[in-house]
Design a protein around this ligand. Structure first.
Ligand SMILES: CC(C)[C@H](C(=O)O)[C@@H](O)C(=O)O
Ligand code: SF4
Length: 466
C-alpha cells in the first residue's frame, strides 16, 4: 500500500477535482472570517449576485481593528468602526455565526476557533489571514488565503490550490528549564531562516513536540508562516482528543467515538517520504529572542548579536539596515538592553497557559519602573479564566495593565501602538519594521522571557530569576 504523510491523507480526502498539471479544486470544511479581509469579498459577491453556499461553515469575529478598552462603547476610529459594522451587516445578511465584541466567545479568530471546538483533526480550514496555520496543531490542513479566495470559498466552499512540497521537522528529547514552545519555533526559524520553508507544508514531529500541550502546539504551528511555509501540522493524539472533548462544537456521544477512530488514522505512515527533513534536539534549545526585523533574526538570550563576518553585498546591507532600525550594533550582547514596553498577547501567545506562565512568574514581584506592561487575552474566554483563576489580580498587583481581547499591539491596526524608537519585547509573531507602530522596535520572545523583562526592565534570561 502507498505510504502517505498525514498532510497527503487530509489533502487527498478533500480534492473535489484534479486538473492535470493544474491546481486541485479543494473542499474547505471551515472558513473563519474577520473584519479586515472579508468586506471586499462580500462586496464582490453582491456585485455578481452570488450568495454564500454554506453559511454554516463560516464563523466570524472582529479582532484586528477593535479597541481593547471600552469595547462596549461605539468604536471611535471611523475606519475601524466601518469595518466592524460591515462584518456585522454581512453576517446578518448571509446567516453567518458572528462572535461579536463583548459576546462570550469574542476574540482573535485563531484563539476562538480551537476554543469553541470548531477546529478539529482532519479538516481543511482557511481564513483570509496568514496565521490560520495555528489550527494545524490539531492535525488539520489550515492556511491563510487572499481576499479573492475568501470570495471563492464563500461562493463555492472550494478553492484552487497546487499541492505544496512536504517538509518534516523533528524535535526530539527533553526541553530545559525555562524553555517553551515559543523558543522551539524561534530556534527553528533562526536555524532555517525566515524563507527556509517557502513552498512547503511542514509536519512537526518528535518527542519534544508530542510532549507539548495543545496551546503550546498552536504557538509552533502559528509561526510556520514566519519561515515561509504554507502551513504546519501536528498529528492528533490523546492530548488533542482530551482538549476537544466536551467543547461546544466537538462531536458528542457516538459521533465522538466515530470521530476519534478516524482521527487516530491521521498519522504519517512509517516510511512515507518528505521532500525535506530537519532534525533538532530539544536539549540544544534555550530561551530565544529576536534582535532584527524578521522572525529569523533570532538568538539565544545569552548570545550576542551576530557580527557581519562572512556577510557580503546585499545580505550585509540588509543586515545592517535591520540593526540600524533596531538601534543595535553587530557583535554586542543582547542581554541587559533596556526595554520600554512588554506585550503579552496575540494568536501566538495570548491563551490562558501563556497568561498563567506570566502570572506565576511575576507573582509577588513588580514590573520595573521603565516598563509599560500590557496583557491582552486572546479571547473573552481567556479573560474570564484569567479572572476566575486570580491571575488578573496577580498581574495587576505586579503593575500590568489588562486590556480587552483583540489583536492589540501585535500589529498597528488599532489604538495599541508602541511609540517610535521604543523597544517592546512581545509574545507576538512578527518583528517587521513598523509592525507595532511606526518606528517601533520589536523583539519577539516567549511569555516567560517577557515576564522576566517586565520585572528587570531589560533583556533578561528568565532562568536567572526563577
Ligand atoms: C491583517 C491580516 C490580513 C494579517 C495576516 O494575514 O496575517 C494579520 O493578521 C497579520 O498578522 O499580519
Ligand atoms: S494577533 Fe497578530 S498575528 Fe494574530 S491574527 Fe491578529 S494581527 Fe495577525
Amino acid at each position: 500500500m502507498e505510504k502517505k504523510t498525514l498532510f497527503d491523507k487530509i489533502w487527498d480526502a478533500h480534492v473535489v477535482r484534479s486538473v492535470p498539471d493544474g491546481p486541485d479544486v479543494f473542499f474547505i470544511d471551515k472558513h473563519f472570517i474577520h473584519e479586515v479581509t472579508s468586506p471586499v469579498a462580500f462586496l464582490n459577491l453582491e456585485k455578481r449576485g452570488i450568495g454564500v453556499l454554506y453559511p454554516e461553515r463560516t464563523i466570524a469575529t472582529p479582532d484586528h481593528n477593535v479597541p481593547t478598552v471600552d469595547q462596549e462603547k461605539t468604536i471611535k476610529d471611523k475606519l475601524s468602526r466601518m469595518q466592524v459594522e460591515k462584518l456585522r451587516d454581512n453576517c446578518k445578511k448571509y446567516g453567518i455565526e458572528l462572535h461579536d465584541l463583548g459576546s462570550a466567545h469574542h476574540g482573535i479568530v485563531h484563539v476562538i476557533g480551537p476554543e469553541l471546538g470548531v477546529t478539529q483533526p482532519g479538516m481543511t480550514i482557511v481564513c483570509g489571514d496568514s496565521h490560520t496555520s495555528t489550527h494545524g496543531a490539531f492535525g488539520a490542513i489550515a492556511f491563510g488565503i487572499g481576499t479573492s479566495e475568501v470570495e471563492m470559498v464563500l461562493a463555492t466552499q472550494c478553492i484552487m490550490q497546487s499541492k505544496p512540497k512536504r517538509m518534516r521537522i523533528t524535535v526530539d528529547g527533553e526541553l530545559g528549564k525555562g524553555v517553551t514552545s515559543k523558543d522551539i519555533i524561534l530556534y527553528i526559524i533562526a536555524k532555517i531562516s525566515a524563507a527556509g520553508a517557502t513552498g512547503y507544508f511542514v509536519e512537526y514531529a518528535g518527542s519534544a513536540i508530542r510532549n507539548l500541550s495543545m496551546e503550546a502546539r498552536m504557538t509552533i504551528c502559528n509561526m510556520s508562516i514566519e519561515m515561509g511555509a504554507r502551513g504546519g501540522v501536528i498529528a492528533p493524539d490523546e492530548t488533542t482528543f482530551n482538549y476537544l472533548k466536551g467543547k461546544q462544537y466537538a462531536p458528542k456521544g457516538e459521533a465522538w467515538d466515530k470521530a476519534v477512530a478516524y482521527w487516530k488514522t491521521l498519522q504519517t505512515d512509517e516510511g512515507a517520504e518528505f521532500d525535506k527533513e530537519y532534525h533538532f534536539e530539544g536539549s540544544d534549545i534555550e530561551p530565544m529572542i529576536t534582535y532584527g526585523t524578521n522572525p529569523g533574526m533570532g538568538i539565544k538570550v545569552i548570545d550576542s548579536i551576530p557580527t557581519t563576518e562572512g556577510m557580503e553585498g546585499s545580505n550585509k546591507a540588509s543586515f545592517m539596515k535591520s540593526l540600524d532600525y533596531m538601534g543595535f550594533a553587530p557583535g554586542e550582547p543582547i542581554k541587559g538592553k533596556k526595554v520600554d514596553y512588554v506585550f503579552v498577547g496575540s494568536c501566538t501567545n495570548g491563551r490562558i497557559e501563556d497568561i498563567r506562565a506570566v502570572a506565576n512568574f511575576v507573582k509577588g514581584k513588580h514590573k520595573a519602573d521603565n516598563i509599560t506592561a500590557w496583557i491582552v487575552p486572546g479571547s473573552r474566554e481567556v479573560e474570564k479564566l484569567a479572572h476566575e483563576e486570580g491571575l488578573v489580580k496577580i498581574l495587576e498587583e505586579a503593575g500590568f495593565e489588562l486590556r480587552q481581547p483583540g489583536c492589540s499591539a501585535c500589529l498597528a491596526m488599532n489604538d495599541d501602538k508602541i511609540p517610535a524608537g521604543k523597544y517592546a519585547v512581545s509574545t507576538s509573531n512578527r518583528n517587521f519594521e513598523g509592525r507595532q507602530g511606526p518606528g517601533a522596535r520589536t523583539l519577539l520572545a516567549s511569555p516567560l522571557t517577557v515576564a522576566a523583562v517586565a520585572v528587570t526592565g531589560e533583556i533578561t534570561d528568565p532562568r536567572d530569576i526563577f
